[in-house]
Design a protein around this ligand. Structure first.
Ligand code: SAM
Ligand code: CA
Length: 218
């Protein structure tokens, strides 16, 4: 299994062996995605399990996903929501999401997922223009330089008490290394700083996977 960025390998193996309960269809999707050159973009299975737990805790029935890739996180969310749930899923790649569609169909959740192939900001603006404001859950996991834009839109689209989950906030530790000055790292640093000071949310940053932030809209 792929290692975790933030945990020593032996502890990570222990964590997986003693907690992972991955549904077989998610395991198959993960194994197929592992052969993809961009496989590292997929969330880890324990991250998927945590996402599913939060969705269930909240009783979320309306979710928004920004960054689908081969569909692991959206499938985990859909399975956790059950048949009444709806997910608006944003990506720009027909190629990556073709794999996602295949697995959603096989899992019987494809009618729950409204896949929008367009720059996510366009999709978010279209939702805002329709006055949408009752999403329960938003997962941000696309281009890092737009994270603040996605976050601002997501706050507008969520109901009070709704949750934003954000992936890659520790960026393999690069956010904490001042020598790293590339665009993505700088964008993530600015993002983390803004959320730290934002009074509109309750906040937690968790060393899960590549770093995950939870922001609950007050
Ligand atoms: N959440 C996915 C999972 O669990 O496997 C991983 C998402 S991957 C890290 C990021 C995705 O964002 C890619 O599929 C990419 O095509 C998409 N993406 C990049 N820029 C985008 C944009 N401007 N709008 C929408 N999607 C974008
Ligand atoms: Ca990610």
């Amino acid at each position: 299994m792929a290692g975790d960025l933030l945990l020593p390998g032996n502890i990570y193996d222990y964590l997986r062996r003693h907690s992972l309960r991955e549904p077989p269809i998610l395991e198959r999707l993960r194994r197929e995605t592992a052969a993809h050159p961009r496989a590292r973009m997929q969330i880890t299975p324990e991250h998927g399990q945590f996402l599913a737990l939060l969705v269930r805790l909240m009783g979320a029935q309306r979710a928004l996903e920004i960054g689908v890739f081969t569909g692991y996180s959206s499938l985990a969310a859909a399975l956790a929501m059950g048949p009444g749930g709806k997910i608006v899923a944003c990506d720009i790649s027909e190629e990556y999401t073709a794999v996602a569609r295949r697995y959603w169909q096989e899992a019987g959740v494809d009618s729950m997922i409204d896949l929008r192939i367009a720059p996510a900001l366009d999709t978010l603006r279209a939702l805002q223009a329709r006055g949408e404001n009752n999403f329960d859950f938003v997962f941000i996991d696309a281009d890092k330089t737009n994270y603040l834009n996605y976050y601002e839109s997501a706050l507008g689209l969520l109901r009070p008490g709704g949750l934003i989950m954000v992936d890659n906030v520790l960026w393999s530790g690069r956010v904490a290394d001042e020598r790293e000055q590339d665009e993505d790292t700088m964008a993530l640093r600015e993002f983390n700083d803004k959320l730290h000071r934002d009074p509109r949310i309750d906040l937690s940053m968790i060393p899960l996977g590549d770093g995950v932030t939870l922001a609950r809209k007050r």
